[in-house]
Design a protein around this ligand. Sequence first.
Ligand SMILES: *[C@@H]1O[C@H](CO)[C@@H](O)[C@H](O)[C@H]1NC(C)=O
Ligand SMILES: *[C@@H]1O[C@H](CO)[C@@H](O)[C@H](O)[C@H]1NC(C)=O
Ligand SMILES: *[C@@H]1O[C@H](CO)[C@@H](O)[C@H](O)[C@H]1NC(C)=O
Length: 248
Amino acid sequence: MVSFNVYLLLLAGIQLALTAPNRDRRRQDTEGCSRSLPDLNECVENSIQYFINFMASGKLTPKVAITTFDPLLLPNMTISHQTQNFNAIYVNRYLLGLKNSFVYNTSVDLDNLELSSTFMMPALELLGMYSGESLDDQEATENSILTISIRSSTVKFRVKGELYKSTARMEFLRLNVTDVDLAMGPYVINDLDHSTHIPRVNRHFNSIPRPEFVKLIEKDLRMQLSSRLQHIANEVLALAPYEKIFPV
Ligand SMILES: *[C@@H]1O[C@H](CO)[C@@H](O)[C@H](O)[C@H]1NC(C)=O
Ligand SMILES: *[C@@H]1O[C@H](CO)[C@@H](O)[C@H](O)[C@H]1NC(C)=O
Ligand SMILES: *[C@@H]1O[C@H](CO)[C@@H](O)[C@H](O)[C@H]1NC(C)=O
């Protein structure tokens, strides 16, 4: 029953996409994104867009939930800096804002199970606790709520799919992100140290050259978007058989 509910939900998203004005009425009777649709790309893109805008909490139905993607929990990060003689950790991190992404340039090749799609992310906010510790002076630990606000970024994903059989002998689709191209927009970093009564600028944080730090963040963000979103996409795809999502 679980997968049936989610199937209905996927259909609702696809229906919504299909019933938008100026669409061919004939297709309102079809289910999923029919493989023979002349504008299959658009159908898939609209379904992804719907999903991103309305399913960010991960609660698909009262009984079915997948990983929340806005806010998206990210793994802890360790930053070491040899020349500066300190270690830092950036922990309990969240990424906010994915649900406001615009999806475009989606292209689907079902014969080869390949898909590519670009997301424009108007405003992302990465936040977490940043702790810097000097290797010379262990007492000099500083903690900040480090917030990085990034505007107008785009990320292009290329994914490769594969079909696998479930125990019920139905075929399901699983995706693997093969390529991620991230272009980070302008950013603002806020790093007030909250370990004192009067928040002050975190000395450890400021001893890392800013471009170097931003490079680390960009690399991490690219990796996290790829692995976390792949994981979530596969959670969704595991809920309905391939032939329901892409009927003949
Ligand atoms: C990150 O580190 C913090 C503090 O060290 C810990 O409480 C938390 O569980 C870790 N989070 C993850 C996602 O590993
Ligand atoms: C869409 O993709 C095509 C081909 O990959 C590219 O030439 C074009 O610039 C893209 N459009 C946008 C708006 O990014
Ligand atoms: C996904 O692709 C990567 C590299 O292309 C590969 O190392 C990995 O095994 C693949 N994962 C799955 C689940 O196919």
